[in-house]
Design a protein around this ligand. Structure first.
Ligand code: C2E
Ligand code: MG
Ligand code: MG
Ligand code: MG
Length: 279
C-alpha cells in the first residue's frame, strides 16, 4: 500500500490510527447535521439547598446519535468547539433554556427557579453574544435573574478585559454568573476579584473523595471560605453521598448538585421530581 502511493500522498501506516481519524471525521460530519436533524435535547439536573429545597437546575445538552445512541457532551462539545459550530449549538441551548424559564415562570412550583446554562469560550467571545442573550430574554419575556451563565476558568486565558466587559454588560441586564469547575483551571485570585460573579461551583474532582481525602477537605474548605469572603455563593457539583453532603454542609456550603439528589433528567421527569420535592 505504502509503496504504491506517490510521494505527496498522505497515508496512514497505522490502521488503528487511521480508524481513529476516520471515526473522528465521521463524528464531525454527523455533528454538523445534528442541529438541523433535531438530535439534541436538554436534560435538567436539580440544585438544592441544605433543607432540600429546590433552588434551580443546570441545563445539560444530550446528543442522540441515530446510530451511536447517546453521545456525551464531554465528547462532542470540545469537537464542536474545534470545528467552529459550538456557537450555533450554544445558541440553540440558550433559546431552549429561555423557553423553559418562560414556561416555569407560569408554574407556581417553578416560578423562582434559576436555570444554569453552560457557555463555551467560542460562544462567549462572539461579538454579538450580549445582543443574542438580550434578544432571547426579550423574546421570551423572562426575568433575567433566573438565567445563570456557567463559565469556566478557560475563558479567562483568552482575554480578561473583554471577559469582564461582556460579563458587566450581561450583569447589568440582571443575568447571573457561576464559575464552573472551579479549582481545575488557572484563574488567579487577581482575576477572581475583578469578575462580576455570583457563584463559584466547586469542581466534582474535589468532591469525589471528600469523605476520606484530607487534601480535598482542605481545598474545599478554602474555596468555600474564599467564596464567602468575596461575597459569592458556592455550590458543590458531583455530590453523590450523604457523607460528602455532610462535610460540605459542615464547611458552610449550602448549595448542592449531584446524583445524591438526582441525575440530569428529561424535562417531563424533571417536572415530576419538582412535584415530588414540593411534597
Ligand atoms: P459540567 O458543566 O461541569 O457539568 C457537570 C457534569 O457532571 C455533567 O456531565 C453532569 O451530568 C455530571 N454530574 C452531575 N452530578 C454528578 C455526580 O453526582 N457524579 C458524577 N460523576 N457526575 C455528575 P455531562 O452532562 O456529561 O456534561 C459534561 C460537560 O459537558 C459539562 O460539565 C459541560 O462542561 C459540558 N456541557 C454540557 N452541556 C453543555 C451545553 O449545553 N453547552 C456547553 N457549552 N457545554 C455543555
Ligand atoms: Mg456546568
Ligand atoms: Mg462543572
Ligand atoms: Mg466539568
Amino acid at each position: 500500500q505504502a509503496k504504491t502511493s506517490g510521494r505527496n500522498t498522505l497515508c496512514f501506516f497505522d490502521p488503528q490510527m487511521q480508524e481513529m481519524v476516520s471515526a473522528k471525521v465521521s463524528m464531525q460530519t454527523d455533528l454538523r447535521q445534528a442541529l438541523d436533524q433535531q438530535q439534541f435535547e436538554l436534560y435538567y439536573q436539580i440544585q438544592v439547598d441544605a433543607a432540600d429545597r429546590t433552588l434551580g437546575a443546570e441545563a445539560l445538552i444530550r446528543w442522540f446519535h441515530p446510530v451511536r445512541g447517546l453521545v456525551s457532551p464531554g465528547e462532542f462539545i470540545p469537537l464542536a468547539e474545534e470545528i467552529g459550530i459550538v456557537q450555533g449549538i450554544g445558541h440553540w441551548v440558550l433559546e431552549k433554556a429561555c423557553g423553559q424559564i418562560q414556561a416555569w415562570q407560569q408554574n407556581p412550583l417553578a416560578c423562582d427557579l434559576t436555570l444554569s446554562v453552560n457557555v463555551s469560550p467560542k460562544q462567549f467571545f462572539q461579538t454579538d453574544f450580549v445582543n443574542q442573550v438580550q434578544s432571547l430574554i426579550h423574546s421570551y419575556a423572562i426575568n433575567p435573574h433566573l438565567l445563570k451563565l456557567e463559565l469556566t476558568e478557560s475563558i479567562l486565558i483568552k482575554n480578561v478585559e473583554d471577559t469582564i466587559a461582556t460579563m458587566n454588560q450581561l450583569g447589568a441586564m440582571g443575568v447571573q454568573f457561576s464559575l464552573d469547575d472551579f479549582g481545575t483551571g488557572y484563574s488567579s485570585l487577581q482575576y477572581l476579584k475583578k469578575l462580576p460573579l455570583n457563584q463559584l461551583k466547586i469542581d466534582q474532582s474535589f468532591v469525589r473523595d471528600l469523605a476520606t481525602d484530607s487534601g480535598d477537605q482542605a481545598i474545599v474548605r478554602t474555596i468555600i471560605a474564599m467564596a464567602k469572603s468575596l461575597g459569592l455563593n458556592v455550590i458543590a457539583e458531583g455530590v453523590e453521598t450523604f457523607e460528602q453532603r455532610q462535610f460540605l454542609l459542615g464547611s458552610d456550603c449550602t448549595h448542592f448538585q449531584g446524583y445524591l439528589f438526582s441525575k440530569p433528567l428529561p424535562i417531563n421527569q424533571f417536572e415530576d421530581l419538582l412535584k415530588a420535592m414540593a411534597g
